[in-house]
Design a protein around this ligand. Sequence first.
Ligand SMILES: Nc1ncnc2c1ncn2[C@@H]1O[C@H](COP(=O)(O)OP(=O)(O)OP(=O)(O)O)[C@@H](O)[C@H]1O
Ligand SMILES: [Mg+2]
Length: 211
Amino acid sequence: MKLKRQKNMLRKKAYAARARLSPAAVAAKSARIAERVLGLAAFRRAQVVATYLALADEVQTAPLIAACHAARKRVCTPVFDAVTKSYRFAWLTPRTKLRAAHFGVLEPVRPRRVAAPARIELALVPGVAFDRAGHRLGHGRGYFDQLLAGLAACKVGLAFAAQVVARVPHAAHDVRMDAVVTEGKVFQGLEKIRPDFPSLGQPARCWRGTT
Ligand SMILES: Nc1ncnc2c1ncn2[C@@H]1O[C@H](COP(=O)(O)OP(=O)(O)OP(=O)(O)O)[C@@H](O)[C@H]1O
Ligand SMILES: [Mg+2]
């Protein structure tokens, strides 16, 4: 299928771009991204935050998790359910014991399921590539699309600038981000991020990049 082939080609390029970043660059850029996220109104007001636990070459989330806990926000993270073969959210506290699970991603050893995911206000989402309008390319399994589908939370993609491309090919099931934060810019649809901002119509039209 054409879309699948386009996604696979883009995935290869994006993996390569990310792999060119040294561990020091990943750490430095992640710190700058975290600072930008901390500055978002959507972050400041969220009391329940969902986040991924980063692999070595992804935007690191440890500083953001620490900031959430310091601000007494509740944090949850995806856990793979072997029965349904899909991800669910489980609570993450400073005391939660983690182990490398599916795909080498850290997960709580004894997950306590989030009973009401509808109460998640902000979701920090990893991706292989993003475009400036919030379209996201993942690893190609659809796990995040399923996990985020129907979630009212403000969805913020975290990416290195090298992962932002002109256009991410997408289908109806691909969940769009409300913002994409890189070390250089915040790309956002203003409505969810800035509730104080008057509605500007279709999200696509009010997208812009700010430094
Ligand atoms: N909400 C959904 N319900 C059922 N199947 C889905 C859903 N979303 C995606 N899929 C399936 O997953 C497949 C892969 O999706 P896609 O190529 O968008 O993955 P991705 O976004 O790159 O990966 P991921 O979400 O795991 O990071 C799709 O072809 C589709 O069949
Ligand atoms: Mg997708």
